[in-house]
Structure formats: C-alpha cells, structure tokens
Design a binder for this molecule. Structure first.
Ligand code: 0X9
Ligand code: ZN
Length: 458
C-alpha cells in the first residue's frame, strides 16, 4: 500500500514538474519577490530611490509619491536587505508574491491546460493565435496568412515593414481598408516586451477586421484604413519569450552611449524603455538616466530604431491620421495625454468623451471595467511616451494608451497575474477590446458628420 502510494506520488510529481518545467523559461525569477511599499515621508521616497539606484529593483509601473503605494520586484538575495531597511525607516511592506517564478509557471500551466481542454472539446482546429502567445516568427507567418486569406483580403490589405530593429528584425505592419477608405487610423501593440496580451490583442483584431473585409455592407473599413503594428518591439519580446519573462525594454546595448547629450551613460545593462524615448518633453518626468533601470529613457531623445521607425511612418505618410491607439498591459485604463505632466490637452473633453464611448462598449461584452483619465493623472507623470509624441509632434487628435487586463486592483480575482496573464484570456480580452475600438471608431465617423453638417448650415 505504502509502495503504491509512493509510486503514484512519484508519477504525479514527475508529471507535475514536467508540465511546469516544459516551457521556455529558465529559473531566473526563482525567489524573486513582488512587494508593495507605502512611502509616507520624503525620507521614505529618498530611500526607495536609493533602492532603485543600488539594487536590482524592478518598479512595476507606479511612480514615487507620498501615500501612493509602489509595487516592485526584487531578486531573492536582495529581499531581506531591502525589507530590513524598510523596517528600520518605518516603511510598510506587503508581500504580494514570494516567488515570481511560480507565478510565471502557474500562468504557463493554466495556458497549457486550457489549450488541451479546448482542443479536446472543439472538433475544428482552433487557430493558435487564440491559445498561445505567438513567437515573432509565428506572428510574421500569421500576418502573411491573413493577407493571403482570400481574394478580398489580398485586395484590401497590404503588408509591409516600417523599419528594422537593433537585432535586425522587421517591424511588420498591416493595412486593412477598402478602396473607398479615405481616413486613417494607427494602432500598435507590444512596445513593452513583457506585456504579452497586447500583441495577442492586435492579432485578434487583425483577424476580426479581415473577417469584415468580405462584408458588402458599409463597414468601418469603407471609411478607415486601419494600420496595425502588432509588435513594435520584437527584439524585447523574443527575449522575454525565451530568457527573461519580465523584460520590458528593447535590446539595444548601452556600452557606447558616449555622446554626453544628457549623461555619459556607458553601461553593460541592455535596453531602452521605448515608451520613455520619444522626443516630446523627453526626460522631464518619470524616466531614468540609468541604463539598468526599467524606465531608462535612452542616451538622447528618439535614439532608438523602433522609436524612429514609428515616427517616420507617422510623418512620412503625408496622410492625415484620425487616431492613434497604443496597447499595453496592465491595469484596465483607457487613457489620453498628457503623460509628461499633469496638464490636460485643450481638447481633453473630446478625448475623454470618445474614451467613454469605447470603454462603455467594451464593458458591455464581459463586464470589464476600465478607468478613464489623462496618463499623468490616472497613473503617474512620465515623459517620452509614444502617445504624447503622437499628439504633441504628430498632431494626431485622438490619441490613447489602452492598458489591457488584468485590473491592478488587488481585490480583482485576476490582478495577481499582472503581466503573466494566461493565454486563456486572449479571447475574452480580444473580443471586448475589438468591440470597444470599433465603437470608438464609429463615434469618429458620426462626430465628423456632425461637424460637416453644422458647417453646411447657412
Ligand atoms: O509607463 C508606461 O509606459 C505605461 N504603463 S506600463 O505599465 N504599460 O508601462 C503608461 C504610459 C502612459 N503614457 C505616458 N506616460 N505618456
Ligand atoms: Zn507598457
């Protein structure tokens, strides 16, 4: 009996560890903790800044402000030192997760179980962009397949690259629109490597829009050419998929940043946070000059190939852009500029109204709640974002950053997944986001009609 129990235990253990270990990730995050700290004085803020400069602290999106809690992850060998310093200075610390490696593997495990279950229950093969976070190569294949799906998709879509990355990957872009389409919309995904749900959502939307291409009715594609860049930071994404699941930046080296534009920032740490690199109020707030930081803004504004490619594309096409949407995760926010400071753009009421239309439509699908506001007010001040550049320099009126699921409210059942949202969520997030975006786009059509009608009045 005891023997039988032992053998079944061993078999279970082997199967369990195999299914957990059978993923692309190494054990880099073993023992990494995610903690929440609450600074209450300026001294506390100073100490937390000191952590960032002297320890391998990865701050998870919140900015430093008194009475605003900050989530950060730390490697195992630095946890006790940091906790001890917090205790000494009276900073409250809450442990949100004591082993990020477990969370990464748990998420992966849920994804795999889901895939197995769904493949068993559905006879037709389910497209793998709905069950997996695709690799860069798979994304390129997906785009080619979508473009070649039917005679109409060949006619009404085009596939091209807007430039190459440091590691020489093409930044692929697809245009979807009917010949009558005169207005243009730009969307991108995956500027931050670890936010896997973002490119997956762009792929979902591409698939659905191409379903609409055959539709004979007047669809939004008769009005708009929709350009989608599903993966703006492919180098970072590949690195996050294979080496470091929590990688955020691109992969350009910083060992020759010797231009003294801002600082001499030669370093062996790699990568620039592309969403701090755009040259509009660059480095004014919420960005770092330290190449080891996750929010390193680069040696100078617009230094990165990915940043330059997006800018050239926006500027080059002499066409007018009606809207730019950039998809991130996580938090469930539909936000508009500015991010660089707490000011509001002059037309913020219009931006807010349209965000409301989009997020309300989104909510009707699965009940998912999004908060609306300006980036700096709702999240934190941080300069160098693609959104601020698109509005401030690109002169695009309707500009949004959409932070997809999960929510960052710890009372929410899925909040703990953070960037590690299992692929089970690709479909519901895709569905609701697609509906929200379409409703937002429809509202652009009606508001333009209203303007032209009122102009026609004597
Ligand atoms: O901090 C960011 O870059 C974005 N949040 S994330 O957690 N995905 O990294 C928010 C960007 C909002 N826009 C600006 N600050 N301009
Ligand atoms: Zn992001």
């Amino acid at each position: 009996m005891l023997f039988e129990m032992w053998t079944s235990f061993i078999i279970y253990w082997i199967l369990f560890t195999y299914s957990y270990a059978n993923n692309n990730y190494n054990n880099f995050y073993k023992g990494h903790e995610l903690i929440r700290v609450l600074p209450k004085t300026n001294e506390h803020l100073q100490l937390i800044r000191h952590f960032e400069d002297n320890y391998e602290v990865d701050r998870w999106s919140e900015i430093l402000q008194i009475n605003r809690d900050i989530k950060m992850s730390l490697p195992q060998n630095q946890v006790s030192k940091i906790k001890q310093l917090c205790k000494q200075y009276g900073i409250d610390v809450t442990i949100l997760n004591n082993n990020l490696d477990e969370l990464i593997k748990k998420s992966d495990h849920i994804s795999k179980q889901y895939k197995k279950r769904i493949q068993r229950s559905i006879k037709d093969r389910i497209p793998h962009h709905l069950t997996d976070y695709l690799t860069y190569e798979q994304i390129v294949q997906f785009l080619n397949k979508q473009h070649n799906r039917s005679p109409s998709s060949k006619n009404f879509t085009s596939l091209f690259s807007i430039g190459n990355t440091y590691e020489n990957r093409s930044i692929w872009t697809i245009r979807i629109g009917k010949p009558s389409a005169r207005r243009n919309i730009l969307m991108d995904c995956g500027i931050h490597a670890r936010e896997f749900i973002s490119p997956a959502t762009c792929l979902y939307m591409i698939d659905k829009l191409i379903d609409e291409v055959n539709n004979r009715k007047v669809s939004i594609l008769s009005i708009f050419n929709i350009y989608i860049i599903p993966l703006l930071n492919p180098d970072g994404y590949e690195y996050a998929q294979t080496e470091r699941r929590m990688w955020r930046k691109n992969r350009s080296p910083n060992n020759n940043n010797n231009n003294y534009y801002y600082y001499n920032t030669n370093s062996n740490c790699m990568g620039v946070d592309l969403n701090r690199n755009f040259g509009y109020h660059w480095m004014e707030n919420g960005a770092s000059t330290n190449p080891c930081s996750e929010t390193y803004a680069g040696p100078k504004p617009d230094s990165e190939l990915e940043t330059q490619s997006l800018q050239k594309f926006i500027k080059k096409s002499s066409q007018h852009w009606d809207a730019y949407l950039t998809f991130h995760s996580y938090g469930q926010y539909w936000i508009y500029p500015w991010g660089f400071a707490l000011y509001m753009p002059d037309d913020y009421i219009e931006l807010k109204n349209k965000a409301q239309i989009g997020s309300e439509a989104l909510k009707r699908v699965n009940g998912t709640l999004y908060k609306i506001g300006s980036a700096a007010n709702l999240l934190y001040e941080s300069a160098g974002g693609s959104d601020d550049w698109a509005k401030g320099v690109g002169k695009i009126k309707y500009v949004y950053t959409v932070e997809l699921r999960p929510s960052d409210d710890m009372n929410d059942a899925h909040a703990h997944f953070a960037f590690m949202l299992p692929s089970t969520f690709i479909e519901p997030v895709g569905q609701e986001t697609y509906v929200g975006v379409k409703e937002f786009l429809r509202s652009l059509i009606t508001s333009r009609r209203q303007i032209s009608l009122s102009q026609k009045k004597p």
